[in-house]
Write a protein that binds this ligand. Structure first.
Ligand SMILES: NC(=O)c1ccc[n+]([C@@H]2O[C@H](COP(=O)([O-])OP(=O)(O)OC[C@H]3O[C@@H](n4cnc5c(N)ncnc54)[C@H](O)[C@@H]3O)[C@@H](O)[C@H]2O)c1
Length: 408
């Protein structure tokens, strides 16, 4: 597949927010980690010829193209990295898998369960030919989050009773914020639910090792009509870009996704869980917080203090119990041995470098990276159950297991 088993030639689709975050990680990964293969930044794709040429130069890609079909079929590409809005994930990923390329696809995996099912089936089929795929739930790779998972897996929390997860933003509190693609169901699949709710669903299932089996939900669209975006010339522009739009015009359009989603859930290990995802939490910019209570202890993660983990160890003598703050920067902590001396903290972008590290290692060693497309299908089934529950007046809605059929 590649010219040398020690080189993986990457083609990335999309050059805005995630395109830049993934580029940063591809630039870094070989230089930080000693990996069995070297990632090579071969090609980047965007629809505007001038802008993608600039992006290639700025982000460090050797070449550029305006057609993702060209990128997924080229002989000099081994890995396709999908960083576009959800409405093109399925089409690009399916074509890439059919062309025998390893695929890393941003979250949520797709816009619908049907698309996610087709992607998981294609990934399972491609796997038998040695082709790997993974969904980009990068927060799993924050060292403190991985450490949370390790503490739970080692039994340090005992039996998990409660999961409390919130992911809060405020970037559309202003009703004049324009109608960008993230506010349209046919482009984004859902609103706060699929964008940020998907992260806390994946993160909590990853940390606890438990699957959400049923939900009761409410969702709301607080601002139902918004101005259409305009470009730099004041012309009604494209709905692409979130931070990148130039402003709002006089014409308006309808918001077709949720602004906020709140739900309770049951996990298959017996835990009760609450989830809240909102773009209307005034003052909260990107506030992801997860608390897990077990019979033997509690762990708390807060993205705004991502180098830290709070741990309450109920196995200690009563006089010594209390929440301790662990600074997750020791060489023994997940992913940290390749970075800086203890106490020298890392940031948001490192989670993407860790994601590329694990993906490259899995591809190069012929193992399965996680989360798989099947894992991401399971998240999609939760998103779907939340939407249906909210539509049915919060009625209890079971989440079906993510059964993946391998095509014959
Ligand atoms: N992992 C995370 O933390 C995280 C954060 C933000 C977004 N995301 C996900 O990443 C994906 C992209 O989001 P974003 O924030 O980067 O969006 P964005 O609007 O910033 O960028 C989207 C990019 O895709 C390009 N694009 C759209 N359609 C295309 C097509 N048909 N062919 C080629 N290029 C195309 C756009 O021109 C743009 O460059 C979404 O699935 C989103 O949910 C993940």
């Amino acid at each position: 597949m590649s010219t040398s088993p020690r080189e993986l030639r990457v083609g990335l689709v999309g050059y805005a927010f995630m395109g830049a975050a993934h580029s940063q990680a591809w630039r870094t990964v070989n230089r930080v980690y000693d990996l069995p293969a070297r990632a090579r930044m071969t090609l980047i794709c965007g629809r505007d010829a001038g802008k993608v040429a600039d992006a290639a130069d700025r982000l460090g890609w050797e070449g550029h193209t305006t057609d993702w079909r060209d990128l997924v079929t080229r002989d000099d590409i081994d890995v396709v990295d999908v960083c576009t809005p959800g409405d093109s994930h399925a089409e690009i990923a399916l074509a890439a898998l059919a062309a025998g390329k390893h695929v890393l696809c941003e979250k949520p995996l797709a816009n619908t369960v049907e698309e996610a099912r087709a992607m998981a089936a294609a990934a399972a089929t491609a796997r038998s030919a040695g082709v790997r795929s993974m969904c980009g739930f990068n927060y799993r790779r924050v060292p403190a989050v991985t450490m949370m998972r390790d503490l739970v897996a080692a039994g340090r929390l005992g039996v998990i009773r409660h999961v409390r997860a919130t992911y809060l933003q405020d970037w559309i509190v202003d009703p004049q914020f324009p109608l960008v693609w993230r506010l349209l169901k046919d482009r984004a699949g859902s609103g706060a639910l699929g964008d940020i709710g998907a992260h806390i669903i994946d993160l909590t299932q990853f940390v606890t090792g438990q699957r959400i089996t049923g939900v009761s939900a409410v969702t709301e669209t607080f601002v139902k009509e918004r101005p259409l975006p305009v470009d730099a010339q004041g012309l009604t522009g494209s709905v692409d870009g979130s931070a990148g739009v130039d402003g709002a015009g006089p014409a308006t359009g309808t918001v077709t996704v949720d602004d906020a989603a709140v739900f309770v859930a049951r996990l298959d290990g017996g835990a009760l869980a609450t989830y809240e995802a909102s773009r209307f939490a005034t003052g909260r910019k990107n506030a992801l917080r997860v608390e897990i209570n077990g019979s033997l202890g509690t762990v708390v993660f807060d993205l705004e203090r991502l180098n830290e983990l709070e741990f309450y160890d109920a196995a200690l003598p009563p006089a010594e119990q209390g929440f301790s703050r662990i600074l997750v920067t020791e060489g023994d902590h997940p992913y940290m041995s390749a970075w800086w001396p203890p106490g020298h903290i890392i940031g948001y972008e490192h989670s993407f470098t860790h994601q590329m590290r694990d993906f490259v290692e899995a591809v190069a060693t012929g193992t399965d990276p996680a989360p798989s497309f099947a894992d991401a299908l399971q998240v999609q089934l939760v998103l779907d159950a939340v939407t249906r529950s909210a539509e049915l007046g919060s009625s209890w809605t079971e989440v079906e297991p993510a059964l993946v059929t391998v095509a014959a």
